[in-house]
Design a binder for this molecule. Structure first.
Ligand code: B3K
Ligand code: ZN
Length: 859
């Protein structure tokens, strides 16, 4: 196989139905660290013209039988990544025996062994590392799995579905057999074998079915799995209430493992989770950790309907399950906590990582058209912009219409592998709304830009709003068409409390909306709740933004107005080459917020925040790195000085309450934390930070103190960090937080620190959590050192990617992302980055993962 054939991307336009289907897949695993035997018995039927070609990678073929007859090498053709059966006939039974080496599998795809636990990860194309198989999501089979192992070493032998039998074999090994009655694609297959502590519970579904819930966690961690269990029950109940969807098997198992490439995986009946998203208790988890656990537990559970019962026809349709399931988990989280806060966080992600992806060489629509390595397309575009597209559907159709559409989709396609078009069609059929133009959101990449103009005529009492949309070309696509987008607005009138809310549907490139009977010129709140994933340009004066921040009905819109206020101030300063000065009206608004926080304390904490570096950066074609960082540091310092008294009073007003992860607790900690962030910049900074750290009875407050000390570069920062590392040296989840903190050291010393971290006894290049904690934090959250003008930060990341690629290509390709946006920086940085990318591209034997990204980014 030549490099050229391996590097051939697949295209959506070339989709062909499979020539053979598999109705039954019987698997038997004889587990062994270096020589696991897999016997696969596939019952197949012809489905169309064409040869029988099975996928397979890094497999040792032991034997092959067709309908009981041993095949010899003239009966099949074997390549590095496929097996062709020369004369399969129209139906039959194929028996394949392969051998694998789970111990050597550091890519963590297929079957791997890490820290004594055997675990699989098959999405997207990992099953082909287990046996030869039509490894594509539109081949659905009923799986039966037998696991044979020494149960004294591996007491738990788990797979999908229901447990059928457990037998003691004559050689002393145990055979456990599982059967999953729901036909599924191979990517949803899972096997886990190991020794765990198990937390069990039960759930009775709305229709009265009893479901056994089981969490398998590392020994000694049982007490840290209760929150995840409770979150699962909340998710099960929520899906019944909101969408009428119930769980369908008798068991729901979740296994937490420490070696995992991503957050979690929705394998049918047997979810595998990164332990980071299961294990939590008050002394080790932050509010953010609790939030993430609840939302990811929900996400994987919701996949049982949106992903498993109805799955994707091909991987280009990934957003069919991911966009929809992210939307569902966002709705769940919004109902469990603060809807406003949830919306703010979701929008921040779109405005940073997603907008950056649209502007990068990896730009792609939520339904990509061309893919070399599928793992590269589990992106913020497919997931999070995908969720925004679903949210727009709900906005356009209303909740009732949307629910009816979802029901129609699931009823119509239960048990099938379908496309995004099928989904939109169901929405259209259930509601009668023509969604032809809306479908462009699936095929068109890029961030649309919307310009708004207002004209008010007092004599006719008419307000005219003129909207103009335009999507700039992206790296992957030059022709762009107008999109159908819902624009939520609110008209604020001078009489406090009087306003009018509207939903505009923008479909043309340019469009006018008229409102009659408007007796005064209103102040318009545009894009309430971020009703479409676009960049909006308005003509607000700063004082209008402050008015909106104080008065808009929608909490998100208030926060957004503050963000726009700061962006405007900063961009004027950057253009003028000066540092921004704090306007008096801003200071008085902040004083007011600090003295009388709103009823919604969580929102107050957000209103008091400056935009982050990444959000500001996305507003520039060429990112003025140094200027933005100086503006942010300067404004923080100025706010601290101007508001020291009010910050202190606000900080002291709320007595610390005993730790509870609930909406009120989260909000109070956030507000105190925001105050501390500024107080760290006052003369008493050391005092406040030390006190906050020492008095903390929970992880959130400890981290808040550590971060505040680090950002303000306080002398106490290092000793607090040392204390923290000593205190938590035995808790690896907490040590990851320590690693990340060290990696965000804002000065030169960070390079020595990073070197030291990789020598730490807990660090391993094979563990993605450790690598991400160190180098993910450095490249994504240490803008000052990562973007150094001398290129030292970029160089380091390129070295790490080179080192990781042979170990774990998926991880290497993810870490590489920040280097791809090289064209967004000044000449000097561009030059440095382009040089590093060229050097990477020139390396022999790059994985497809890294190759695809690097090659796209080169001029
Ligand atoms: N479906 C998995 C992601 C698989 C990623 C493969 N590289 C988790 C999720 O989105 O729920
Ligand atoms: Zn998902």
């Amino acid at each position: 196989m030549t490099a050229a054939t391996i590097r051939q991307p697949k295209r959506l336009a070339d989709y062909q139905p499979p020539s053979f289907l598999v109705s039954k897949t019987d698997l038997s695993f004889e587990l062994d660290p270096t020589a696991t035997r897999v016997s696969a018995t596939l019952t197949f039927q012809r489905n169309g013209a064409g040869i029988m070609i099975l996928d397979g990678q890094q497999l040792k073929l032991i034997s092959l039988r067709l309908n009981g007859q041993m095949l010899t090498d003239k009966d099949y053709r074997l390549t590095e990544d496929s097996l062709e059966i020369v004369k399969p006939g129209n139906s039959g039974v194929l028996e394949i025996v392969t051998e694998l080496n789970p111990d050597q599998n550091s890519a963590l795809e297929g079957l791997y062994l890490a820290e004594g636990v055997y675990c699989t990860q098959c999405e997207a194309e990992g099953f082909r590392r287990i046996t030869y198989y039509p490894d594509r999501p539109d081949v659905l089979a009923v799986f039966t799995t037998t696991i044979i192992a020494d149960s004294s070493q591996l007491p738990f032998l788990l797979s999908n579905g229901n447990k059928v039998s457990e037998t003691l074999l004559s050689d002393g090994r145990t055979a456990v057999k599982w059967h999953d009655p729901f036909p599924k694609p191979a990517y949803l297959f899972a096997l886990v074998a190991g020794d765990f502590d198990c937390l069990t519970d039960a759930y009775v579904t709305a229709s009265g079915r009893q479901v056994s819930l089981e969490f398998y966690v590392q020994k000694g961690a049982l007490s840290r799995s209760h929150f995840a269990m409770a979150a699962l029950k909340r998710a099960m109940h929520w899906d019944e209430q909101r969408f009428g969807l119930e769980y369908d098997l008798d068991r729901y198992m979740v296994v937490a493992v420490d070696f995992f490439n991503m957050g979690a995986m929705e394998n049918k009946g047997l979810n595998v989770f990164n332990s980071k998203y299961v294990l939590a208790d008050d002394s080790s988890a932050t509010d953010q950790d609790y939030f993430n656990i609840e939302s990811i537990i929900g996400h994987e559970y919701f996949h049982n309907w949106t992903g498993n019962r109805v799955t994707c026809r091909d991987w280009f349709q990934l957003s069919l399950k991911e966009g929809l399931t992210v939307f569902r988990d966002q709705e769940f989280s919004a109902d469990m906590g603060s809807a406003t806060l949830n919306r703010i966080e979701a929008v921040k992600l779109i405005r940073t990582a997603q907008f950056a992806e649209d502007a990068s060489p990896m730009a792609h629509p939520i339904r990509p058209e061309q893919v070399l390595e599928m793992n590269n397309f589990y992106t913020v575009t497919v997931y999070d912009k995908g969720a925004e597209v679903i949210r727009m559907l709900q906005t356009i159709l209303g909740k009732t219409g949307f629910n009816a559409g979802l029901k129609c989709y699931l009823d119509r396609h239960d048990g099938q592998a379908v496309t995004c078009d099928d989904f939109v069609q169901a929405m259209q059929d259930a509601t009668g709304q023509d969604l032809t133009q809306f479908r462009r959101w699936y095929s068109q990449s890029g961030t649309p830009e919307v310009k708004v103009q207002e004209h008010y005529d007092a004599t006719s009492a008419r307000l005219t709003l003129k909207l103009h949309q335009h999507t700039p070309v992206t790296a992957d696509q030059t022709i762009k068409q107008p999109l159908l987008m819902p624009m939520r607005i609110e008209l604020l009138f001078s009489n406090a409390g009087s306003s009018m809310r509207q939903l505009l549907l923008l479909s043309n490139e340019e469009q006018e909306f008229q409102f009659d009977g408007i007796h005064e010129q209103p102040l318009i709140v545009w894009l309430e709740d971020f009703s479409a994933p676009v960049k909006l340009s308005t003509h607000y004066q700063p004082e209008q933004l402050l008015l909106i921040a104080g008065r808009a009905t929608n909490g998100f819109a208030r926060w957004d107005a503050m963000q726009q206020y700061w962006s405007l101030l900063i961009s004027k300063a950057v253009t003028g080459g000066l540092l921004p000065q704090l306007p008096a009206e801003l200071v008085s608004l902040f004083k007011q917020l600090l003295q009388q926080p709103l009823a919604d304390i969580a929102l107050t904490a957000e209103l008091l925040a400056l935009p982050d570096f990444d959000t500001l950066a996305e507003q520039y074609t060429e990112i003025p790195v140094d200027a933005l960082l100086s503006c942010l540091a300067h404004l923080t310092q100025q706010l601290a000085e101007a508001l020291a008294i009010e910050l202190t009073a606000c900080y002291q007003r709320f007595d610390s309450i005993a730790y509870h992860y609930n909406e009120q607790g989260v909000a109070l900690r956030a507000l105190k934390g925001r105050c501390l962030h500024y107080l760290a910049f006052t003369n008493e900074g050391e005092h406040w930070v030390n006190q906050h750290y020492r008095q903390a009875d929970n992880m959130t407050d400890q981290l808040t103190a550590l971060k505040a000390a680090q950002y303000a570069e306080l002398a106490t920062s290092n000793s607090l960090l040392e204390d923290f590392a000593k205190r938590y040296q035995h808790n690896v989840q907490v040590m990851d937080k320590y690693f990340s903190l060290v990696a965000t050291t804002p000065n030169d010393a960070v390079f020595t620190h990073l070197d030291r971290l990789t020598q730490h006894s807990l660090f391993s290049w094979k563990n993605p959590n450790r690598v991400r904690a160190v180098f993910g934090a450095f490249s994504q959250r240490n803008a000052k050192q990562f973007h150094r003008a001398d290129g030292r930060g970029y160089q380091l990341l390129a070295q790490i990617v080179t080192k990781l690629d042979p170990i774990n290509p998926q991880l290497a390709a993810r870490l590489l992302t920040p280097l791809l946006s090289w064209q967004r920086y000044d000449q000097q940085r561009q030059h440095l980055l382009a040089g590093l990318l060229k050097a990477l591209a020139a390396q022999a034997s790059l994985s497809n993962d890294v190759f695809e990204k690097v090659s796209k980014s080169l001029p």
